[in-house]
Design a protein around this ligand. Structure first.
Ligand SMILES: CC(C)(COP(=O)(O)OP(=O)(O)OC[C@H]1O[C@@H](n2cnc3c(N)ncnc32)[C@H](O)[C@@H]1OP(=O)(O)O)[C@@H](O)C(=O)NCCC(=O)NCCS
Length: 153
């Protein structure tokens, strides 16, 4: 299964997957269009003959030494098959390609599955963000260092 960069024609499928997985903080069609048009942002995806399986949204501001994982989404029919891990591996490759020093992300504190997938990929919890989400839910900040290990502090 090959990963590929998303195109504007993928926006309806990207939006459908948001609705399949989330009830709040969804990325809508206008936001996907914005991300696809922004050279500092990257959207990657896996698909099969039936459609979108999983997507990854990255942001990388030129002034920052961080690559940010804004979101990872795996369709229910494809969960538990390693796509989450593969998308994180892609984020690591893209961070190296862009010369970034670390990858950061925020994830719901109570999303045990996502936290486990990130931990297994070498990320560590480095901060807590109470009330980070629209519904008042808490986030944790996680970090993966690409150069040295001092970034864990
Ligand atoms: C979280 C998510 C990205 C993980 O992707 P995935 O492709 O299903 O993950 P993988 O197949 O790579 O790995 C799943 C791991 O989680 C484990 N797991 C499954 N359910 C779990 C749970 N409720 N609690 C803890 N771990 C769980 C599996 O056992 C597996 O671990 P293993 O490899 O040691 O067996 C995916 O489930 C998803 O899109 N969920 C909904 C959206 C979301 O929460 N996104 C993350 C926020 S950015």
């Amino acid at each position: 299964m090959r990963i590929r960069r998303a195109r504007p024609t993928d926006i309806p499928a990207l939006e459908r997957l948001e609705h399949e997985l989330y009830t709040e903080d969804l990325v809508d069609a206008d936001e996907w269009a914005y991300h696809l048009a922004n050279p500092a942002h990257e959207v990657w995806l896996y698909e099969d003959g039936r459609g979108l399986l999983a997507d990854l949204l990255l942001t990388a501001r030129a002034a920052s030494t961080n690559l940010r994982i804004e979101g990872i989404a795996v369709a229910k029919r494809a969960q538990g098959k390693g796509y989450g891990k593969r998308l994180i591996d892609q984020a690591k490759r893209r961070a190296k390609a862009r010369g970034k020093a670390r990858i950061t992300l925020e994830v719901r504190r109570d999303n045990a599955r996502a936290v486990k997938v990130y931990r297994d990929a070498g990320f560590r919890i480095v901060g807590s963000l109470p009330g980070y989400y629209e519904d008042g839910g808490d986030a944790v900040r996680m970090l993966y260092p690409l150069r040295g290990s001092s970034a864990f502090g």
